[in-house]
Design a protein around this ligand. Sequence first.
Ligand code: BG6
Length: 468
Amino acid sequence: MTFPEGFLWGGALAANQCEGAYLEDGKGLSQQDVMPQGVRGPVTDQPTPDNLKLIGTDFYHRYREDIALMAEMGFKVFRFSIAWSRIYPRGDEAEPNEVGLAFYDRVIDECLKYGIEPLITLSHYEIPLHLCRTYDGFRSRKTIDFFLRYADTVLRRYHDRVKYWLTFNEINVTLISPLLGAGVMTPKDQLSAQDRFQTAHHQLVASARATALAKQICPEIQIGCMAASAPRYPMTCDPQDMIAMMTSQQELDYFIHVHCTGEYPYYAKRLWRENNVCLEITEEDRQALKQTVDFISFSYYSSKVVAADESRYTMANGNIMRGLKNPYVPVSDYDYPIDPEGLRYILNYLYAHFHKPLFVAENGLGARDVLIAEEHGGFTVKDQGRIDFHRGHIQAMARAIDDGVEVFGYTSWGPIDCVSAASAEMTKRYGFVYVDRNQDGSGTLQRWKKQSFDWIGKVYRSNGADLD
Ligand code: BG6
């Protein structure tokens, strides 16, 4: 199995899940600071001490140590996000927070010191709380302009050192969790489909305009979209299940289609009609959307099974997007389906439909790791399951490349443990490096290499050739 020369191997983190320092050096609050239980719990008025993200895994102070560990694992790329609320604490200031900008200068320079390519997500589930409270996040068109001001600031500041950028993390999640994806504070059960689709439209316009801006600032920048890409499988070959699969898949494709072709797909009309949606799309919006991306990036954790009549089946466990139980695939500690072949499938699917280079921006196994003492002192985690998970997915990616798909990078999710997004917990860990932080907030924050640490280093350094 051979990967193309220069293939970008690495890992991905998000500011709100690892940085901590939630009020340090002028940072403002974001919606994450008032979501102590992630999308699964209530929003609080103020940050509360049970919110693990306030300290995160202290990347803000420990980025040097963490990036050194990444270099030791042979990273060629580190995908991270900038906390918008560190740059524009309220979101609507005229001038950015210089101390916040300087922090990312240091992170970027630290990556470059090791020959690690930084890949920046402009917005990863993190929007200044003031914009969320005042404008309901991207539910308001006004937020597009604030986002562009922020994007302009960071693109101008870092473009000479950062070639790869993504606009919104998992942009399609806005339809499922408008709070997480778009900073909409109005509870989801009070939002109509019209509200959710219009919010998503504002983000699509913001994404296209940020892409145009990036190209204007530096034509060499490569900028991509990012979508949560669980491929849909039909439960049976019943034609009705096939149609259910097709329409569910279209809800994902909808977002990628706009980014890749510059307009809404033909089936959007049906989707809007069925949901009683009448989008407000201005002529200016239409022109803006014409700006397409250079590549598609996506997260892949597992496939999702659907059926015309889902009440006949059992639901599988899962994060934000759950499907039906698939009897053919094993499950993780968290009872989430594990399906490496689905990665080969979605890579082929996306390439066949959109003909753009692909980047696997997230993939990983969330597990309840157990820290064990080592003979010579120190601690580790025996995480053979994680090794098997990544081996299976990297092999599937290699087969997709062999199929002819153009894939240029793979960043595992949470290479150094971080707080989870959906449930804001510390117990579910994805890393090759264990962070000593417990669910009750205790812990030294010390980093310990897991068994998978050496394994992934070997894989990355051999450009995916040594998977034993
Ligand atoms: C993706 C997100 O959906 O999944 C990440 O982009 C998130 O932010 C990851 O952490 C894993 O999900 P979770 O909820 O287990 O952390």
